[in-house]
Design a binder for this molecule. Sequence first.
Ligand code: RFL
Length: 390
Amino acid sequence: MKTQVGIIGAGPAGLLVARILQLNGIDSVILERRTRAYVLERVRAGVLEAGTVDTLRAYGMGERLNREGIPMRSMQLCWDRQKADISLDDGTGRHLTTYGQQKIVEDLILQREADGLPIVFEADVSSLDDIENAPRIHYRHNGEDKVLECQFIAGCDGYHGVSRRHIPGSDEHVFLTEYPFAWLGILAEAAPLAARRGFAHSTRGLAVASARSASVGRLYLQVETDADPNAMSDQQIWDELDIRMDDGTAAQLNRGPIIERSVARLRGYVCEKMRHGRLAIAGDAAHIVPPSGGKGLNLAVGDARIMAEAIRRLLTTNDTTLLDSYSQMCLRRIWPTVHWACSMCEALHIFPGQTSFQTRMQYQTLNHWGNTEIGQQRLRKAQLGLPYEI
Ligand code: RFL
């Protein structure tokens, strides 16, 4: 099979690159290892920066988002039995939007299918070659070994994908921190309360309450890295969330059936070399941020915009200037965002062996973000996200 751009991965990064290229008259084929049903049902991120929403709208993906996206104009921080409600309104009308990642993925897949464009599901990419001249992607599909020939490879295959390791010397450009705790994430049929959306620091560990829709909540508890997602009963989880989110008012969360549970480790990871020859990587293939900032998906969208434009310039006018500065331009958004997500992570979790002195230091950070004008501005700016250069 032949195409202009071979895209590995049907996550938000790969699907968005494909969509932008399509609207610029460039053909692509998406190769995705998982089944269509698996990709459509995978529950992950859900808080969109204004720039992400604008991007999806600009590329014709705003219809359901405009209908079902829930504006989020404030967030709560709780610590030491007190809370701060922080406005996310910076006076420009920008705000965050709650809209599940799986809805974005579904919108993009259904649109691509309606346009008759190829996504090959259950296509497991094993290796890439000749990425400097005439790239080829080797994959297995329906029990057969196959090759996709293309002019450019977009490696959008997530943290465990194969693309990154085909960038020569990428290991020497990797920066990693592993946190000694994990998140138990639940999806619950329980209407989220706008007034109780946000992050809580408790001496028992962090808790987070967020929404996926008007009737479905996404909530998290800090747990041990080897925690079994099924170790606690539904009631134990709700009780623990209420204890950890105690803001001194005895207010409780709405409860309902828990319909999904998973445990995810927290890490910060950046590969600073994001391109070699006719291969570039985007999204989780290049960086992982702890979910405490709600940034992973938003960063993937930022990379996808730059990558698609760099490919467009290469393939239409043979201009490599943007491609040559692809890593540097992406990193200007990535590092400050990773820094913010890690700062949130470090202020909100209880570390093994943490002393009460260290807990008091965390209270000071939270008090700064929650109760001082300059701290609130910092939080607001970071949550709303950095502007795009492209
Ligand atoms: P994705 O979404 O991981 O998509 C990569 C795709 O590549 C496919 N793939 C391959 N296909 C073919 N051949 C191979 N060899 C392949 N190897 C991999 C995979 O099957 C997959 O479909 O990466 P992308 O597009 O870069 O998007 C990034 C976002 O998905 C990610 O940043 C966020 O979801 C991170 N994240 C969260 N971010 C937030 O902002 N807020 C959250 O609440 C939040 N929760 C989460 C998360 C990530 C999680 N994972 C990865 C553990 C919760 C979880 C559980």
